[in-house]
Design a protein around this ligand. Structure first.
Ligand code: PHE
Length: 339
């Protein structure tokens, strides 16, 4: 009988199956209640004492071989089914997939980048922790210049030369130091000012500043470029440049877009004037060019800066700037359908 069992072991080892049903039939034949193994175990008591040990060992080997066979065949067939995509419980409810949304600041920033890329501007970036030279001195704001007060600055306490940049004009200084004209670059990024936090202002916000330097760049080029931008961004082509002052540009201006007075919201956001201020601009001061080793007798340029948060608030009618940095999912979820 032992030889008989040994033959079965070889048979089990050689067994192959294509379907789960074949595996199940095999399992029942060997390991089922009325299967061969149980029959052999029942036989055990009739085996002569001197053969009991070998007999016992042999049926145990058969049992183990059959069990292993069933397990490997089942695993093989299941993994084949998974590949075909029919495994698992098809009636189970689907996993709720959380769809993310882009932050409104990113949406607006990307739109601005797209618009300026289409007219040949590249994107430049720089550090948020700046030194005095790049944020102020190179921009024609020497030490003790009163205009430094225009921008409430966060200084690093132990080193007054290091500060959190108050505008991304600092990136433009870096760009001019490292690149030769013609220069066409926009610098998006986060900036910091020591202001009380309210619905209208925050101690950090986002800007995109633009810089164009070449031979014979004129104020008319600046106006055309801004007009192109407002038309693409807001669908509004009427702009007005109001005389203003920035230490790094001369002449300087505030940029206003004519928003119109068609709806109640138009009245509210333009305070009844129809005009909306979106940023500052001007012709780069020759001192700034010289500070950045660009020959001001040969080259001229313009620069401008617009606030991303302000534009996002305008486009999405967000009435509290703090919502932009609180990361409240209920707020952010509303931008799922945006670009
Ligand atoms: N840097 C200015 C600001 O942060 C904006 C600006 C940029 C104005 C370029 C003129 C030219 O307020």
């Amino acid at each position: 009988m032992i030889d008989n069992i040994k033959e079965l072991i070889t048979e089990v080892e050689a067994f192959k199956a294509q379907t789960k049903e074949e595996v199940e039939a095999f399992r029942i034949k060997y390991l089922g209640k009325k299967g061969l193994l149980n029959a052999f175990f029942a036989e055990f008591k009739n085996v002569a004492n001197d053969q009991k040990k070998e007999f016992g060992q042999t049926i145990n080997t058969l049992k183990k071989t059959a069990e292993d066979k069933v397990n490997t065949l089942k695993a093989e067939l299941e993994s084949k089914e998974e590949v075909k995509g029919v495994s698992g419980d098809l009636s189970r409810p689907g996993e709720p997939l959380q769809i993310g949304a882009r932050h409104p600041i990113s949406i607006v920033k990307n739109q601005i980048i797209d618009i300026f890329s289409s007219i040949g501007f590249n994107v430049s970036e720089g550090p948020e922790i700046e030194d005095d030279w790049h944020n102020f001195t190179a921009l024609n704001l020497p030490e003790y210049h009163p205009a430094r007060d225009m921008q409430d600055t966060f200084f690093i306490q132990t080193n007054p030369d290091i500060l959190l940049r108050t505008h991304t004009s600092s990136v433009q200084v870096r760009y001019m130091e490292n690149n030769k004209p013609p220069i066409r670059t926009i610098s998006p990024g986060r900036v910091y000012r020591n202001e009380a936090i309210s619905a209208r202002s925050h101690c950090f916000f986002h800007q995109v500043e633009g810089l164009y330097i070449d031979k014979d760049v004129s104020f008319a080029d600046l106006k055309q470029t801004l007009q192109y931008f407002t038309t693409e961004m807001f669908g509004k082509s009427k702009i007005r440049l109001r005389p203003s002052y920035f230490p790094f540009t001369e002449p300087s201006a505030e940029i206003d877009v004519y928003w119109g007075l068609e709806t109640e919201t138009d009245y509210k956001i333009t305070k009844g004037t129809g005009w909306l201020e979106i940023g500052g601009c001007g012709m780069v001061d020759p001192n700034v060019l010289e500070n950045c080793k660009i020959d001001a007798t040969e080259y001229s340029g313009f620069a401008f800066g617009v606030g991303i948060d302000r534009i996002a608030m305008l486009l999405y009618q967000i009435d509290d700037i703090r919502l932009l940095s609180e990361n409240d999912v209920r707020f952010l979820e509303q931008f799922k359908s945006a670009l």
